[in-house]
Design a protein around this ligand. Structure first.
Ligand SMILES: Cc1ncc(COP(=O)(O)O)c(C=O)c1O
Length: 395
């Protein structure tokens, strides 16, 4: 669909109608309970495979209790940006724990993972620099890259040969190579060891977004760089508290001076109210639990293998590179995708219908992520709710 201007009420009403007719309109659907194994929506109970709460920590009583206790002490909101009045011991305790988790000197917490990505890239790169981004990088990395004013060079997904050619031709300014560690809409992993050596050879800084690796991948949930044996060799790691940790907020881990620079120059950190202290306290408890409870990662992985095998037997084309915590069922066009998602919802299973512009046109898909706290029987029921692939009607 052609992008047109949205400069008047009639223009956006017209544009919205075009979106609706193309089966691209997204709508909100309020839940009446937490983002747990089962979601309550529109009076019904749905098996929840649409959440990023991979380890089931969002409603863990210990995490909720930590938030409650912190709220009694600090109230609900931070009351100001961290540099003014919004800094608390809860933020610093969490930052110490996150730095330890990632094996770095320091870390800094942001109000969301989105804010962290935007704030980090725009504070590090400037118009003199060049940024090399995997074409499937998350939108927040793309937005941060654009905001930096640096020259952007997208490289084909995980294509090291193309990246090397672009780096060979780079100018004298600073160079940054930017990638997700786990691509959440393709369920595959970035080749981090090769990226570490290539960035070293080309004197480029490697910036990785471990949003979907932190907590679910590697021993103690240390994330994808640790899983691939390059923890400590990535100068800038961004992550989120909102997925496997089940809370909310984002963070950056790196050297002490990197963090000092961001405290001074990262606009989404400086000019925004600090993360609510209760969320910082909840995230600290969630990190401690997730590090100790290895069974959560093992079980989430087992569920994903069960889903992959079951859907493969039904004839679906499935994307999933273990240990990615999600998988994608390829559906093609938006109508077919919505039909399948609606069919599943009618059978009590909640999934995400992923369409353009989140993914390429014609490459729509259904995204599924199990939680550690689901049971094997629930995962089996989810597979049983799928019709054979050949029976999903085309548009
Ligand atoms: C790869 C990636 N990075 C960053 C974010 C943003 O994180 P948050 O939801 O904490 O803002 C997301 C969430 O969608 C993501 O998938």
């Amino acid at each position: 669909m052609k992008e047109t201007s949205c400069s008047s009420p009639t223009a956006w009403t017209r544009r919205l109608e075009l979106w609706r007719r193309a089966d691209l309109e997204r709508t909100l659907s309020p839940a009446s309970s937490s983002a747990d194994c089962w979601a309550r929506r529109r009076g019904g109970r749905l098996l929840n495979l649409a959440s990023n709460n991979y380890l089931g920590l969002a409603s863990d009583t210990r995490v909720v209790q930590a938030a409650r206790k912190a709220m009694d002490r600090w109230g609900v909101g931070a009351g100001g940006s961290r540099l003014l009045s919004g800094d608390t011991e809860a933020h610093h305790d969490l930052e110490t724990e996150l730095a330890e988790l990632k094996g770095t000197e320091a870390s800094l917490v942001f109000a969301s993972g989105y804010a962290a990505n935007v704030g980090v890239l725009s504070a590090l790169a400037s118009a003199r620099d060049e940024l090399f981004l995997d074409t499937l990088c998350h939108a927040s990395l793309v937005d941060g890259a654009r905001l930096s004013g640096a020259k952007l060079h997208p490289f084909p997904h995980r294509d090291l040969g193309s990246l090397e050619k672009l780096l060979d031709a780079a100018g004298p300014g600073g160079r940054f190579v930017v990638t997700d560690t786990v691509f959440s809409m393709d369920a595959d992993l970035a080749p981090l060891p090769a990226l570490v050596s290539m960035t070293r050879r080309h004197r480029a800084a490697l910036v990785v977004d471990d949003a979907h690796g932190t907590g679910v991948i590697g021993r103690e949930g240390r994330g994808a760089p640790a899983y691939m044996g390059v923890a400590g060799e990535v100068p800038v790691t961004v992550g989120t508290l909102s997925k496997a940790l089940g809370v909310q907020g984002g963070f950056v881990a790196g050297s002490r001076d990197l963090i000092r620079w961001l405290v001074n120059r990262s606009r989404s950190f400086v000019y925004s109210t600090g993360l609510a202290p209760a969320l910082a306290a909840a995230a600290l408890e969630a990190v401690r639990i997730m590090r100790k409870e290895e069974w959560r990662r093992e079980r989430q992985q087992r569920h994903m293998a069960q889903l992959r095998a079951g859907l493969g037997q039904l004839g679906y084309s499935v994307l999933h590179e273990p240990p990615a915590p999600m998988l994608l069922v390829m559906t093609g066009n938006p109508r077919r995708t919505l039909r399948l998602a609606n069919h599943l919802e009618e059978r009590g299973v909640l999934v995400s219908a992923v369409r353009w512009p989140t993914v390429a046109k014609g490459a729509c898909r259904i995204r599924l992520a199990a939680m550690a706290t689901h049971t094997e029987a629930e995962i089996e029921a989810a597979v049983d709710a799928f019709p054979p692939a050949s029976k999903v009607p085309d548009a």
